[in-house]
Structures are given as C-alpha cells and as structure tokens.
Design a protein around this ligand. Structure first.
Ligand code: ADP
Length: 494
C-alpha cells in the first residue's frame, strides 16, 4: 500500500482545490485555481462551466506534478448550482446559475402563494428559496425557451457541479450524481430516495434530463485518459461540500456534528438513518448513501454571514488590517462594552430566516472602541451558531457531545473558546483543516478498499486544539436575542 494516494477534487464557489491524500490521511500535494465570477445583473451570480473545467484541470495538474498516479478520485463541490451541457459536445448552452443567485425569488414567492411550500418541504426537507436548484430550472423554462428546447429534446443534460465534472472527466459517458447532491435540488424525495415526479412537474423539469442517482462511494466511473492527463482513474467518491466536510471530520455516528466557519457557517449534525424534520428553520438532507443503498441523514443550519462580517470590518470599515488581527483586538478588551452586532448583512438564515433583516449595531456609547466592535462581531458568530445548535439539540433530542470545527475562521482561538462557552460542549479543531477535500478522499478510498471501514478512517482524525467550555455569558446571549428581534424586517420598511 506504500505510496498509494487518493485525489480529492473540491470545486468550491470561487475556486478548485485538488488534494493528493495519502493512506494515513495526510495531504502530500495540493493545487488551487480560482475561476471567474460573473454578475450580469443585481442579485445574479453565474459561473462559466468551461472555466470551472479549466480550473479543475489546472488545480489537478499542480497536485499531480510529482507524477504520482492516484488510485481513485473523490469529488466534492459547491451544492445546488445548476449546470447545463450538451451530451455530445459537453459545451454549455448557458452559464451555470450559482447557489447564491437570487433571480428566482419571484418564482419562489409565487409557488408559496399557490400553497406549495408544505408539500415541497415535506418531500425534500428544504424550503422554497432561490438557494436550491429546482426553481433555477423553472427559470430556464420560463426565460430561455431555446435552451429549454434542448433539454426537452434530450440533447442537453441537467446537473449539479459534480455531475458536470464527471461528464467532463468521462467524455460524456456518465450522467450521474450522488444522493447528497441530489438532496439539495428540490427534486429529490427524501422518503423514496429518488427523483419525485410531482416535484419535477411543479418545477417544469423533464425527468429524463436528470442524472442517475448513485451512492456516495464505490466505483461509479473511470476517467477517460484523453480528457485527464492520459490517466484512467476510477471515480469512487462524490458528495456535496458540507456533507463531505461532515465525512472528513469523521462525524459517523448520530449526534456527531461539525461547523464550517467560512464566508458563512454551516452546522451539520448526523442523525443516522433517521429522517429528522425541522419545524424551526433547519434543513433535512442526505449525509451520504452507502453502496448497499442505505442512507444516513443530517440536519443542517446555514448561517449566511459570519467570516464575511470579519471581511466587512476589514474592507468596509477598515478597522482591522487582516482577519487574523481580530483575535488580538477582541482579547485586548475584557468584554464588548455592551455592544451587540447582528451581522444580518444579507438577511438572516437559520434559524431566524428573515430576508428583510439588516445589520444592526446596538449599545454604542462614547467609550466604544473598534476593539469592542471586533469582539462583538466574533461573539455574534458564536451566538448565531449556538442558536442553530440549540434548535438541533431540541429537534433531534440528542445533546451534542462536542462540536468539530473547520474553515478559515476556525483558526481564531477566541472564536472557538467563545463557541465552547456558549454551547457548553467542547469545541475541537482537527490538524487537517481541509476537511471538505479530505472527506472526498475518504469516500474515494472507502469506495476502492484503500480503507475498509469508517472506524479506520475515524482513527486518522488528529486533534490540533480542544476548547473546553468555560463560564457562559448567558446575559450576553439574552441581549443578543433581543438585538436579533430589533434587526428583523428593516429592509421591508422601504
Ligand atoms: P470560504 O471557503 O467560504 O471562502 P474560508 O474557509 O476560506 O471561506 O474562510 C475565509 C473566511 O474566514 C473569511 O470570511 C475570513 O474573513 C474569515 N477568517 C479567516 N481567518 C480568520 C481569523 N483568524 N479570524 C476570523 N475570521 C477569519
């Protein structure tokens, strides 16, 4: 087994990371390539599929520069984004509509007004929000009839980024997606584990244009050497990015959970084979599907603005030079001096869900300094994640034993400690912070027998730091909840 490696391809929202991972779960080579973002109109976000593919090749070329031939490939990706391509040429008739794109807000509002939300939520575990894939296809149906004609005629394939990448890697031989990605489309029925005809009708989707749903690991395809550096490598792992991070953090048993602190923050808790439905703003999603067809599920809370609030302190206000500086500044004061910041800069996601909420700073006095505001921002990240976890614990009935963290802002020790204090459970940070790519490598390795069990994978998890809970600032959290109420509805006053 010596020298054996797995290639993880992580197609994020702004770039592609390729990791070569060894059997002891360490990263031996890495390539990264950014790709362009297109903003053709206010609220629209697009990617050019060809640019995603070019970036994928560039990132992989760098990771594979040492002439190492990986034994398998695992793919993980930005979720929900709609990609269309021609089955013959693999060219795209239009750009991809990215998960962040808000153009279908009107379609969602209409479907809600027509009374469809309860049925959609019941079958998919999701909400009628532009975030998900389904209404993006409806938009193509309504607004790009020439493109839709190709879909209808069977020439044009529909997929998420994983499906598109696999089509490219196999020269169009395979049109597949895994269950974790499928469960983000609004077309996947959580109970049957397959595409749902009623949902396809509702969102104007011809079912034949959708990919075949496959397990999240196990060999499902092989790269075409002509498309991929002369290599014929099995593709043996596929998962959406947050599910891959859950896997990469070895959250294999019910109740195990992780939080990825990036631009926004995503908390997922494994609920095992049980489908837990949320009444309080969390999403129910497939965590992964095993080769025997059994599935494990997760509850997910998506908080939109966390790390990007730190970016705003840097770029919008100019009160910090870099994100890392926020830690020292926060620690330079004993508390936030009564300042509470609700970073609802793009509305509120889970658990409060208010698109009309806006950023709100309360409690400013003559004595307030930038250090207080910076501290209040980091506390706000911890409060938002606590609010999501509180709902998870309430709805799943399982107290979390600990929270595993990753993502850029998890480097901040003050944030991790505040999180542990607020949750009253230990917060643990792994040595390898590339958990998304690692999860894809784990899936590919499990799918090809490089690793034989989840227990074996769990043993490779190495701790970098553990933050034990200290005194909880309960008053601070109560003040925070009051501030959240005051931030609500602000944008609808116009
Ligand atoms: P994404 O994958 O969403 O682009 P990353 O996981 O790369 O995000 O994390 C980047 C985010 O983390 C940025 O929004 C940045 O402001 C924040 N960040 C990075 N380092 C720190 C830090 N030390 N303290 C607080 N926030 C940080």
């Amino acid at each position: 087994m010596a020298g054996m490696t797995l290639l993880a391809i992580d197609v994020g929202t702004t770039g592609v990371t390729a990791l070569l991972v060894s059997t002891d779960a360490s990263i031996v080579a890495k390539g990264y390539q950014e790709f362009p973002q297109h903003f053709p109109q206010e609220g629209w976000v697009e990617h050019d599929p060809a640019e995603i593919w070019d970036a994928t090749l560039a990132a992989c070329e760098r990771a594979l520069a040492g002439d190492e031939v990986p034994s398998a490939i695992g793919i993980t990706n930005q979720r929900e984004t709609l990609v269309l391509w021609d089955r013959e040429t693999l060219g795209s008739p239009m750009k991809a509509i990215v998960w962040q794109d808000r153009r279908t807000a009107g379609i969602c509002a209409q479907l809600k007004a027509d009374g469809h939300e309860a049925m959609v939520a019941e079958r998919t575990g999701l909400r009628l929000d532009p975030y998900f894939t389904g209404t993006k296809i409806t938009w193509v149906h309504d607004n790009a009839p020439h493109v839709f004609a190709g879909i209808k005629a069977g020439r044009t394939a529909i997929g998420t980024v994983d499906s598109y990448l696999i089509a490219r890697l196999t020269r169009g031989l395979h049109h597949i997606t895994d269950a974790s990605n499928a469960s983000r489309t609004l077309l996947y029925n959580l109970t049957t584990g397959d595409w749902d005809d009623d949902l396809c009708d509702l969102f104007e989707v011809p079912r034949e244009a959708l990919p075949e749903i496959v397990p999240s690991y196990g060999e499902v395809a092989t790269t075409d050497p002509d498309c991929f550096f002369g290599l014929s490598v099995p593709i043996a792992g596929i998962a959406g990015d947050q599910q891959a991070a859950l896997f990469g953090q070895a959250c294999f048993v019910p109740g195990s959970s992780k939080c990825t602190y990036g631009t926004g923050s995503f908390v997922l808790v494994n609920t095992g084979e049980e489908l837990v439905r949320s009444e309080n703003g969390l999403l129910t999603t497939v965590a992964w599907q095993h080769p025997d067809g059994t599935r494990e599920f997760a509850l997910e809370g998506a908080v939109f603005v966390t790390g990007s609030a730190i970016q705003w302190l840097r770029d919008g206000l100019g009160i910090i030079r870099n994100a890392a500086e926020s830690e020292d500044l926060a620690l330079s004061v004993p508390d936030s001096g009564g300042v509470v910041f609700v970073p609802a800069l793009a509305g509120l996601g889970a658990p409060d869900w208010d698109p009309h909420a806006r950023g709100t700073i309360l409690g400013i006095t003559r004595g307030t300094t930038r250090a207080h505001l910076v501290r209040a921002t980091l506390e706000a990240i911890a409060y938002q994640v606590r609010d999501v976890v509180d709902v998870m614990v309430h709805e799943s009935g399982v107290k979390l034993p600990r929270l595993a963290v990753d993502g850029g802002a998890s480097a901040n020790n003050f944030l991790c400690q505040t999180q542990a204090n607020q949750l009253q459970v230990p917060v643990v940070r792994p040595a390898v912070l590339e958990t998304t790519g690692l999860g894809a490598a784990f899936l590919a390795g499990l799918g090809t027998g490089v690793w034989t069990s989840q227990e074996e994978l769990a043993r490779t998890w190495r701790e970098d730091a553990k933050f034990s809970p200290g005194a909880m600032d309960a008053k601070g959290h109560r003040r925070w909840r009051t501030a959240v109420e005051r931030s609500r509805g602000w944008a609808s006053m116009d």
